[in-house]
Design a protein around this ligand. Sequence first.
Ligand SMILES: O=P(O)(O)OC[C@H]1O[C@H](OP(=O)(O)OP(=O)(O)O)[C@H](O)[C@@H]1O
Ligand SMILES: O=c1cc[nH]c(=O)[nH]1
Ligand SMILES: [Mg+2]
Length: 215
Amino acid sequence: MPDNQPLPHLTVVHHPLVQHKLTIMRDKETSTAGFRRLLREISLLLAYEVTRELDMTTTRIETPLQPMDAPTLDGKKLALISILRAGNGLLDGILELIPAARVGFVGLYRDPETLQPVQYYCKVPDHLEERICIVVDPMLATGNSSVAAIDLLKQSGARNIRFLCLLASPEGVARMKEAHPDVPIVTASLDSHLNEHGYIVPGLGDAGDRMFGTK
Ligand SMILES: O=P(O)(O)OC[C@H]1O[C@H](OP(=O)(O)OP(=O)(O)O)[C@H](O)[C@@H]1O
Ligand SMILES: O=c1cc[nH]c(=O)[nH]1
Ligand SMILES: [Mg+2]
């Protein structure tokens, strides 16, 4: 896709490095430490895609040879919003790439019976209406958590939002399209379906548990 085209509703990043790392993450034999390291590495590659059409401007600089109007990111400030806990596995790497970004957290866990998100925390930067918000969470399963987090951001004024995840289900993508058709999704894989417990199949299990070694 040309760099300055608007992101479509769904982008699946088929890059070989992403797919290779994702396969190792899916493997149940991969250790907690390995899983965390790979998630950080993939986050850098996915960040490249989710930011590919940010507005650019130029800044006058002098190279050792001559003056130059050189490209820089335009003024719109970025906010990275992590859906706790597992979102932090994507957040850390992206923050290294975009260290000036503001950071917000939405704490949600999914009730295992109802599959509805339960909110326990919310702290987001001011003036979200002026910012591009990149919401990060490795898993888009039913879509209930991402829809709830984006509802909260919109209530706080956010208008320009995109969602970055590692795995998406067809059900989650459809739910997001229905609730937030203005929010493009970037993911490393669109998996097959959800199982009866709302887990993505083939998936990688519970991302938070695999990141932190909990059960
Ligand atoms: O699309 P959904 O059906 O809502 O499921 C996805 C959510 O489930 C996981 O979080 P979880 O509830 O396990 O919390 P955790 O990050 O604390 O482990 C995941 O990180 C998403 O936030
Ligand atoms: O497959 C899934 C679904 C929800 N949350 C996860 O961590 N994994
Ligand atoms: Mg979890």
